[in-house]
Design a protein around this ligand. Structure first.
Ligand SMILES: Cc1cc2nc3c(=O)[nH]c(=O)nc-3n(C[C@H](O)[C@H](O)[C@H](O)COP(=O)(O)O)c2cc1C
Ligand code: SF4
Length: 512
């Protein structure tokens, strides 16, 4: 009898030797090997699963050296072994999650549309075709979905604006630039369940009357790029994309474009310039992309996770989705735990979980075993939060009220060896490196910021230079054209506010 064995081919699992493990397992007799995405428990990768009469049984982390003892212990029938983890869905890290957008990730064969359908796929688009564009937009609006790329703008309102705009053609652009530090949700989804993104984009196309979609993917994601292109071929072959979407009167196709790797090209208007073949530089607004976007046409730009959340909203209804969450942050967020953390990975749950629960209870604290000193939430433009603020719930408004942001849901953990003055300098360096150069506060301010922090670190007129740094941050925050220059003050100011001792090196060394 053939035994089905699942080995991830997600980039994180590949980096940990999944290909070699898969190759050895494929030679172990009657094995039907399925390559999946990752479930997002990275410390257990490569996590191998075997289909048994009691459901799937997981083993991990599996290395090539473990295979013979695993096979000897009867792994192919779920046998006991020190690496046996049991049923994956019963692992606390997964059991505590509310997996909606990532429901199939790590479970299905990413390139099998049949598998996608068998696990609930394509119901959302069937519903969108049935109810039509206006009701689809209304359903997305009612769900409370907000953009998961960083700004948290209501998705339904964006779609309505593009639907009402006049234009010869309209476009759906998916932002898969995923530049934030410690984030990988877009990548995991494109590698593990690409059809959910295709379905979400096709629904967006039907809703606003767009016939063409572009996915702009960062060049550092070769596996996501390859898997997504292969999924596009399957979707075209099986009629999900093309001249008659699933046999309907709707026309929609998608093309993937690969960026050259600039953080600012994740900003929506720079992304449009880059897609048009120009150097990625921020455009002034208005006009909004929804009025005048790609090639001057009305364009919806959404993050991968925003678009991939739409199918389940269309399938289960807006009430189902908006019931989860807190305040104006509705539904689930795939939170990415990274940096110096014991249990790094993807944790999808409703908004409202506190930062402390995420870092300590779910993430298990630091990997180094030292105490947590700071976490940066929301990528390189996000604030550093000390443990004293760990009661902050994961919610757009709660983070904003504490001068932070949740961004794309990345949390990067640092232990007590971190120097926040160095991190503040790094923020200014990053801004200087990645600035598109269009406006002065960001282009020049970031360079001056590095110089001021260097003077503070050298102990030169520290009080005066600290005042100058705060003044500079104020100018950048309110004078920059986009959120790169406008939000870089967040990591810098949070370092100054919560870790002032790091900016007084002489006094700190004396105290030690
Ligand atoms: C400097 C900068 C970088 C950004 N990088 C990304 C990115 O990598 N991915 C993303 O989805 N949004 C990014 N954004 C946000 C986008 O400008 C835009 O808000 C988002 O694509 C809209 O999609 P959403 O409403 O679905 O979040 C960035 C914004 C700025 C200012
Ligand atoms: S803030 Fe920086 S990245 Fe944004 S437009 Fe100005 S120079 Fe360009």
């Amino acid at each position: 009898m053939t035994i089905r064995v699942y080995v991830p081919r997600d980039a994180a699992a590949l980096a940990l030797g999944a290909d070699a493990v898969a190759s050895l397992l494929s030679q172990a007799g009657e094995v039907d090997l399925v390559r999946t995405g990752s479930r997002g428990l990275f410390w257990l990768e490569p996590m191998v699963e075997v289909a048994t009469s009691a459901g799937r049984i997981a083993y991990g982390p599996v290395t090539v050296a473990d295979i013979s003892s695993l096979l000897g212990a009867g792994m192919l029938v779920g046998g006991a072994h020190p690496l046996r983890l049991g049923r994956p869905e019963e692992l606390p890290y997964l059991a505590k999650q509310t997996r909606l957008t990532f429901a199939r990730c790590g479970i299905v064969d990413p390139l099998s549309l049949d598998d996608y359908r068998a696990h609930g796929g394509l119901k959302g688009i069937a519903r969108a075709i049935e109810v039509g564009p206006a009701a689809t937009i209304e359903q997305v609006t009612q769900s409370g979905l907000r953009g998961r790329g960083g700004a948290g703008f209501p998705t339904g309102i964006k779609w309505k604006t593009a639907a009402e705009a006049k234009g010869e053609r309209k476009f759906i652009v998916c932002n898969a630039d995923e530049g934030d530090s410690g984030t990988f949700a877009d990548r995991m989804l494109m590698e593990g369940d690409p059809f959910v993104l295709i379905e979400g984009m096709a629904i967006a196309g039907i809703a606003v009357g767009a016939t063409k979609g572009y996915v702009y993917t960062r060049s550092e994601y070769p596996h996501a790029i390859a898997t997504f292109n292969a999924a596009l071929d399957v979707a075209r072959r099986e009629g999900l994309l093309g001249g008659s979407v699933l046999g309907s009167s709707h026309v929609f196709d998608i093309e993937q474009r690969v960026g050259a790797g600039a953080y600012v090209c994740g900003e929506e208007t720079s992304l449009l310039d880059s897609l048009e073949g120009k150097r990625g530089q921020v455009r002034t607004k208005p006009p909004l992309p929804a009025h005048k976007g790609l090639f001057g046409m009305p364009t919806v730009i959404n993050n991968v996770v925003s678009l991939a959340s739409v199918p389940i909203i269309m399938d289960k209804g807006p009430e189902f989705y908006r019931e989860i969450g807190m305040g104006r942050s509705r539904g689930t967020m795939p939170i990415q735990l990274a940096g110096n953390i014991k249990y790094g990975g993807l944790f999808e749950c409703g908004f409202g979980v506190t930062l402390g629960e995420l870092v300590n209870d779910i993430g298990g604290g630091t990997l180094s075993g030292r105490s947590v000193r700071a976490v940066q939430v929301g990528g390189p433009l996000g604030a550093y939060f000390p443990p004293a603020l760990f009661d902050t719930p994961f919610d757009y408004e709660a983070f904003a009220a504490r001068d932070g942001l949740i961004g794309h849901g990345g949390i990067v953990v640092f232990d007590d060896t971190v120097d926040l003055a160095k991190q503040a300098r790094f923020a200014m360096e990053f801004c200087a490196e990645e600035s598109c150069g269009k406006c002065t506060p960001c282009r020049i301010g970031s360079v001056r910021g590095i110089e001021v922090i260097d003077r503070i670190a050298a102990g030169e007129a520290v009080d005066a230079n600290l005042d100058l740094l705060r003044d500079l941050c104020h100018t950048m925050k309110f004078g920059s054209l986009c959120a790169l220059g406008g939000f870089i003050p967040y990591p810098v100011m949070s370092a100054l506010d919560h870790f002032p001792e790091d900016f007084r090196p002489v006094r700190r060394e004396a105290a030690e």
